[in-house]
Design a protein around this ligand. Structure first.
Ligand code: GTP
Ligand code: MG
Length: 264
């Protein structure tokens, strides 16, 4: 059948989720959602930031980038698969912003706990701007300004991040408990889910084994071992999810972290 040359490439929205919250929940540092998003949308070294704070003043929380939401719009990626099929991906990160005065979550219109809120498939936020980096907050006019399209997005798939490094003041078992609850909410959406093992450059072998068992206990769940720091398997991880959204695409070749690191 002749291909319609005027056909527009498909557009998908992916929501990146994983343990988030106050220091009590996540320890001294996050699980790597922001860094994974950053590497995927802006992979080059000049545009990759390794620190993205979630502790914000009331003014920054209310600015047009955060827009009083607990999610970030990371912009879009034009994706060309190995088979030449194009598509456009909008990227969202579900996080929890903490008040720099009270160290409690900022108050937003959505009062649901993270595990439930992050499973949302319909997101709205009028005139919300694309997030780039922490320094952008309060200086929006000095950075590229892109709006979330029509102030709304329907989520098509989820990237579930699980940190397999030592973590800071956080037990791996507690992360898995949180993720189990989060998973039970996102699976109800019936949207494709891929698990990204994050920070594999500092992997604790036992954590990775426990995570492999967690993934094996779920139906049709795939695990990709990533490192945003060294840009290993980040694109592959998203391509795996895109293939599940559009089965006409070929399956990307997936290899464990160490193997991918060696061929880099
Ligand atoms: P919240 O949104 O606050 O819940 O955190 P997050 O999940 O977005 O985590 P974030 O990406 O901000 O990363 C938290 C910390 O982990 C930062 O200090 C990052 O530099 C570090 N980190 C992220 N990805 C990697 C990685 O691939 N390897 C290593 N070694 N560290 C990483
Ligand atoms: Mg984050």
């Amino acid at each position: 059948m002749a291909k319609n040359k005027d056909a527009r490439p498909p557009v998908f929205a992916i929501s990146v989720v994983g343990l988030s919250g106050t220091e009590k929940d996540k320890g001294n540092c996050g699980v790597g959602k922001s860094c994974l998003c950053n590497r995927y949308v802006r992979p080059d070294a000049d545009n990759y930031y390794s620190e993205h704070t979630s502790v914000l003043s009331t003014i920054d929380f209310g600015g047009r980038v955060v827009n009083n939401d607990h999610f970030l719009f990371w912009g879009d990626v034009s994706h060309r698969g190995d088979d030449g099929l194009d598509c456009k991906i909008y990227l969202i990160e579900q996080t929890e912003f903490i008040d720099d005065q009270t160290f409690l979550p900022h108050r937003s219109t959505n009062l649901q706990p993270y595990t439930k809120r992050a499973a949302a498939t319909k997101l709205q936020s009028a005139e919300k701007l694309m997030y780039i980096c922490t320094d952008q907050l309060g200086l929006e006019q000095d950075f590229d300004q892109k709006q979330m399209p029509d102030g709304k997005l329907n989520i098509d798939a989820f990237m579930l991040c699980i940190d397999v490094s030592k973590g800071c003041n956080r037990k791996f078992d507690d992360q898995i408990k949180f993720v189990n609850s989060l998973y039970s909410h996102i699976v109800k959406s019936k949207k494709p889910i891929v698990v990204a093992a994050t920070k594999c450059d500092e992997c604790v072998d036992q954590h990775l084994r426990d995570l492999q068992n967690f993934v094996a206990s779920k139906k049709n769940l795939m695990l990709i071992e990533t490192s945003a720091r060294f840009n290993i398997n980040v694109e592959v991880c998203f391509n795996t999810l895109i293939q599940q959204l559009d089965k006409t695409r070929g399956k990307p070749k997936t290899v464990p972290y160490l193997e991918a690191y060696k061929v880099q």
